[in-house]
Design a protein around this ligand. Structure first.
Ligand SMILES: Nc1ncnc2c1ncn2[C@@H]1O[C@H](COP(=O)(O)OP(=O)(O)OP(=O)(O)O)[C@@H](O)[C@H]1O
Ligand SMILES: [Mg+2]
Length: 406
């Protein structure tokens, strides 16, 4: 097992690198952090590799300086429209004479479950086990050693476009960094924010970043739905910029400093001075005018989230909580608005159980990077189940995943 791990979250707004190690008491010790404003991404996908490579180089250098560690390989997140996911199932006959389920039966049934039609140019990056059935008895977490004839596996399969994967690999290679594995962003984020018991009870994590909103839905300890919506906080900033006719930088400042998702909670007489509008005289607007613009867009994002939750078909029976994450979760009043739109208990939370440079990463913007470290650790320091490997090695990784999760 390695002493420390390095992860990179190439977000639409900020590229973040975190170096960390796990202590014997289970705490995550943050050794180094690097971040750089992102350029060259659109809706979470690389559109200009040179610009992205520059941001990667800057954030890696910063994390190296802080940690004193020379980063040679790294685990990267992947999100955006290049990612797709499906539920699938596989069925096999239990192979040995005594009808006792063995490791090899699990491997065969997981392989059978992968027999799905992927989108053109897509590669599987995760095969997440959700549930096993043995002779139609459902809800079995670990069937190894049990007796039965017909073994069925329910899985959640995540795939990503090969070109998007190789662009991340190339951008990292430009800094001399080897890509170790990929993790779907929402899966990583959930690992920073949820414990196993919560996944068992059922939880939803919605990460509203700058360019995309990542959604992951857990039922009975497994992922039943995951998706990405190509909209986020940058769209709110653009709306403010257009609505008030001010530059993007000023709109971003106004959003962060005077923003709220609930226009009705703001004093209707409060006026604020707009920054850097390049006009001779200062310009004042009603704060409520700003919050109305923000509320309209946040409501739209949340309605899109609701459409996805309904599409999952698990919402009607769901009685767990939803956690908001990502930079946009810092908007004042967003939890209340989300509860109103989604009809689900909503909360934001700080990442717990970390030490070292902890205060620098205890924000919702760092949840995905921190969660990647947890995910790698949960896999026993093994590479994740992301593929680009020989099928045999892949199966071994799936088995590792099962060992961690059943
Ligand atoms: N205090 C704040 N109030 C409102 N919005 C904020 C605040 N802080 C950050 N944001 C917004 O959060 C967004 C960035 O979030 P985050 O860093 O999670 O995105 P990212 O990971 O770079 O992008 P993505 O995940 O979409 O690819 C920006 O739109 C930014 O304006
Ligand atoms: Mg993000």
């Amino acid at each position: 097992m390695k002493e420390h791990y390095s992860v990179i979250d190439i977000g639409s707004c900020v590229c973040r690198v975190v170096v960390g190690r796990f202590l014997s008491d289970g705490k995550l010790d943050i050794l180094g952090i690097g971040s750089s404003p992102s350029q060259g991404l659109k809706a979470g996908t690389i559109v200009n590799i040179e610009s992205v490579a520059q941001c990667i180089a800057e954030s890696i250098q910063e994390a190296e300086l802080m940690s004193g560690i020379n980063i040679k390989e790294i685990t990267a997140n992947i999100s955006g429209l290049a990612v797709d996911s499906h539920n699938s199932n596989g069925v096999v006959a239990v192979s040995n004479k005594e009808s006792t389920v063995s490791h090899s039966d699990i491997m065969r049934v997981m392989e059978a479950a992968q027999n799905i039609q992927l989108q053109n140019d897509h590669n599987i990056i995760h095969v997440l086990s959700r549930d096993f059935s043995l002779d139609n008895h459902q809800g079995i977490r670990d069937p190894i050693g049990m007796t039965g004839i017909r073994l069925e596996a329910q899985v959640h399969i995540v795939s990503a476009r090969n070109t998007a994967l190789s662009n991340i690999e190339k951008a990292l290679a430009m800094s001399g960094i080897r890509l170790e594995s990929y993790i779907m962003s929402s899966l990583a984020c959930a690992d920073a924010l949820l414990c196993t018991e919560e996944k068992d009870l059922g939880m939803i994590v919605v990460d509203i970043g700058g360019g995309v909103t990542d959604i992951i839905f857990y039922v009975d300890g497994g992922v039943c739905y995951s998706t990405v919506i190509p909209i986020g906080g940058m769209h709110i900033t653009q709306d403010i910029s257009m609505g008030l006719k001010i530059p993007i930088e000023s709109a971003e400042f106004v959003k962060k400093n005077y923003g709220s998702s609930k226009a009705s909670l703001v004093d209707p007489t409060e006026r604020i001075e707009l920054p850097n509008t390049n006009q001779r005289s200062s310009r004042f607007v009603l704060r409520q005018q700003i919050t109305e613009i923000i509320e309209a867009r946040v409501r739209e994002i949340l309605e899109m989230v609701d459409e996805e939750l309904l599409r999952s078909k698990y919402k009607s029976t769901f009685n767990g909580n939803l956690i908001l994450s990502g930079g946009t979760a810092l908007l004042d009043g967003i939890d209340d608005l989300a509860e109103e739109v989604l009809g689900i208990n909503v909360s934001s939370r700080y990442i717990q159980n970390i030490t070292g440079f902890a205060e620098n990463v205890q924000t919702p913007e760092f949840a995905t990077a921190i969660g990647s470290l947890h995910y790698i650790n949960r896999m026993g320091g093994q590479k994740t189940d992301s593929q680009r490997a020989q099928p045999k090695r892949l199966l071994k990784r799936i088995t590792n995943w099962l060992v961690e999760n059943v």
